[in-house]
Design a protein around this ligand. Structure first.
Ligand SMILES: [Zn+2]
Length: 252
């Protein structure tokens, strides 16, 4: 890769090397801010699968590069800040490619892997998936839906199917927490969405081969801040303001 803005985290490399990492599954959990991660993993069983993964691995506090999905995920995929990749909406990818087809700042880790002869697969919403067509080994697009629980379930089915062809790197985007953060009014509803995300991660973890490193991360902290912040602690509010998200690294 061309040197990106993102820096290699030596602890992650060491963890992966010691355990003989062969493959990577990257799961982006929309709106998994660091405070939200802590809340659901410390109290109750909402995050039982995530907690198990974190227990045998490590959890890092990371600063998101943007406060909404597309530029933040573009940074996760490319390693560049939004001011460098210029992807604020999905169609921006086509515009940036038209300007300079070889621009390394819009080339994703999945494409770098593919070009290096690795198998890479991606499971995301259909419109975003189209941007990967003919650029990675396997592309699974799931149409957006009003029923985000069903949508995430289809994403998970496709991820499990993608793992059957044994990709070296698989990227998946789960969206239920983000949708519920926008539309729900109660913590019980948000907990339900978080529990479903956890269940889906459990299904993907079960389907992965031995030697697979899981990287589970938020793209930005929860939206609709004020609604959820009313009863939040000072630390929580500060973590949201600091755009802190959770990154869980684990090889189960
Ligand atoms: Zn998002």
């Amino acid at each position: 890769m061309v040197q990106p803005d993102g820096k290699v985290i030596p602890d992650v490399i060491e963890y992966a090397n010691i355990r003989g990492c062969q493959k990577v599954v990257l799961i982006i959990v929309d709106s998994l801010g660091y405070s939200l991660y802590r809340y659901f993993s410390e109290i109750g069983d909402t995050f039982q699968n995530i907690r198990k993964l974190a227990g045998s691995g490590m959890v890092l506090r990371c600063q998101s590069t943007a406060d909404h999905t597309t530029p933040a995920i573009a940074s996760i995929f490319t390693g560049y800040y939004p001011t460098k990749h210029h992807i604020y909406a999905t169609d921006d990818i086509y515009r940036e490619r038209a300007k300079d087809p070889a621009n390394p700042k819009i080339q994703t880790i999945l494409e770098w892997a593919h070009d290096a002869g690795r198998r890479s697969a991606v499971v995301i919403e259909s419109h975003g998936a189209d941007t990967f067509l003919d650029r990675v080994s396997e592309v699974f697009g799931i149409p957006d839906s009003q029923d985000i629980i069903e949508y995430d379930s289809k994403i998970t089915d496709a991820a499990v199917q993608a793992l059957e062809s044994k990709p070296d790197i698989l990227a998946v985007h789960l969206r239920a927490i983000d949708r519920y953060a926008h539309r729900a009014q109660t913590w019980d509803e948000l907990r339900y969405a978080a529990g479903m995300v956890d269940e889906n991660i459990g299904r993907i973890a079960m389907a992965a081969e031995k030697g697979t490193l899981f990287m589970i991360c938020g793209d930005h902290p929860i939206h609709a801040g004020e609604k959820w912040m009313r009863s939040a602690s000072k630390t929580w509010v500060e973590e949201c303001q600091g755009q802190l998200v959770a990154l869980i690294i684990s090889m189960p």
